[in-house]
Design a protein around this ligand. Structure first.
Ligand code: CTP
Ligand code: MG
Length: 388
């Protein structure tokens, strides 16, 4: 242990010694890869990003001490003098107690944290430390229960439980060191969290708001959720959409939401506005929300003859609901007619106002080739860039 640790008053015990039975992978759960780094490394990045200087004790499987040490030192960077790695035990409680055994003398407040809560924001660590300091007692992060909760006997529903009295709890759980050490020394039963053990010893515990990202990776589904959250956080998303329509002399031409008098229109469901349809598909594609056919089926009578701006507004609502915003959209029209050059800025302004982001429109002909070149119809190709 480094003498540096004598100077800090907070200790964080990160338990990572479980096998991860429910995740069902070959390696112990903390060593499973999540978007290019192990679950343990992700958890430690959050811990070391905290504003609280702390001694960090990683409790790892005896078989993985070397790997745990390398991961911990890498995640700690300049703070590596503050890291200790020890072997865990058969149960989580045993693993925590082995971590407590190596706390430095100066530590007064101890947080116990599951490595399996890999995406825990560092702000939650600081919140728990501040609340332990303010209350002088145990503090745990809690989330409201949003589903209705029932008590059951086998498959028979006995009653509905009042969920307003219930919370789901997370880690890190923080305690005055003396409370936690006394509680562990006297623990008679195996408890599923540290707060239960501390309460069994007669000490008070209160809650602070938890964080959705502090969920525990337990099952393969949880791991996928963590992967998706990381993917989304790290990346902008592009999408592509293409729409083609045949000319039809019997209908008016709407393109990019703008009316063109004295031009053949475009056949198709709704008003045939291929530019807007391609934009909708590009937006849905970027958001991973399918496509315009799947969202606004041609069988749906609500959309027969509808102005395409209706689709665009609804698509923008879906994109917004997915937590994404539009950065920009680019459209290319491939057609002999209409001539777009004189109306281009009008279309760009109109669509830009609808989308609330820059929309650029360009046009070309197909050099006489294919249906567009022969003047049978028009193609619009759109790309969209979205970001979190
Ligand atoms: N843990 C530990 N030592 C144990 C058991 C669990 O350090 N003997 C740790 C895990 O590594 C994890 C945290 O406690 O970070 C929460 O436990 P859990 O999610 O149940 O992990 P596992 O026990 O590994 O998973 P499972 O119960 O599916 O086997
Ligand atoms: Mg377990």
């Amino acid at each position: 242990m480094s003498s540096l640790t004598d100077a800090v008053r907070v200790g964080i015990v990160v338990v990572a010694a479980g096998s991860g039975t429910r995740l069902a992978r070959d390696e112990p759960k903390a060593f499973v890869e999540l978007n290019g780094a192990t679950i343990l490394e992700h958890a430690l990045r959050g811990v070391f990003a905290s504003a609280t200087p702390a001694q960090v004790v990683v409790v790892a499987p005896a078989s993985h001490l070397g790997q745990a040490r390398a991961i911990a030192e890498h995640a700690a960077g300049a703070a590596s003098g503050y890291v200790d790695v020890v072997a865990g035990g058969e149960t989580r409680q045993e693993s925590v107690s082995r971590g407590l055994a190596v706390l430095a003398d100066g530590v007064e407040v101890v947080l116990v944290h599951d490595a399996a809560r890999a995406l825990t924001p560092s702000a939650l660590i600081d919140r728990v430390v501040a609340a332990v300091d303010a209350s002088g007692a145990g503090v745990i992060p809690a989330m409201p229960v949003s589903d209705t909760v029932k008590r059951v006997e086998v498959d028979r529903v006995v009653e509905t439980v009042d969920r307003s009295e219930l919370v789901q709890v997370q880690t890190p759980q923080g305690f005055p060191r003396a409370d936690l050490v006394t509680s562990y020394a006297s623990a008679a039963d195996d408890h599923t969290d540290d707060a239960a053990l501390v309460q069994a010893a007669g000490f008070a515990v209160s809650v602070v708001p938890g964080e959705p990202q502090a969920f525990k990776i337990t099952t393969p589904w949880d791991l996928r959720r963590a992967q998706q959250l990381l993917d989304r956080g790290a990346q902008a998303r592009t999408g592509i959409g293409i729409d083609a329509h045949r000319y039809d002399d019997a209908v008016p031409l709407w393109l990019g939401g703008v009316f063109f008098p004295d031009e053949p229109g475009l056949a198709g469901h709704s008003d045939g506005d291929a530019v807007i349809h391609a934009i909708c598909d590009a937006l849905l594609s970027a958001a991973g929300l399918g496509d315009i056919g799947g969202r606004f089926g041609s069988a749906d009578p609500r959309y027969a003859g509808a102005a395409s701006s209706v689709f665009l507004r609804e698509t923008l609502r879906l994109v917004d609901g997915a937590g994404l915003r539009v950065m920009n959209i680019a459209v290319q029209v491939v057609a002999n007619r209409p001539r777009l050059s004189t109306r281009r800025s009008e279309i760009e302004t109109h669509l830009g106002e609808l989308v609330q982001a820059p929309v650029s429109v360009a046009a070309t002909t197909a050099d006489g080739l294919g249906f567009s070149g022969r003047g049978e119809g028009l193609v619009a190709i759109a790309t969209a860039l979205l970001a979190d």
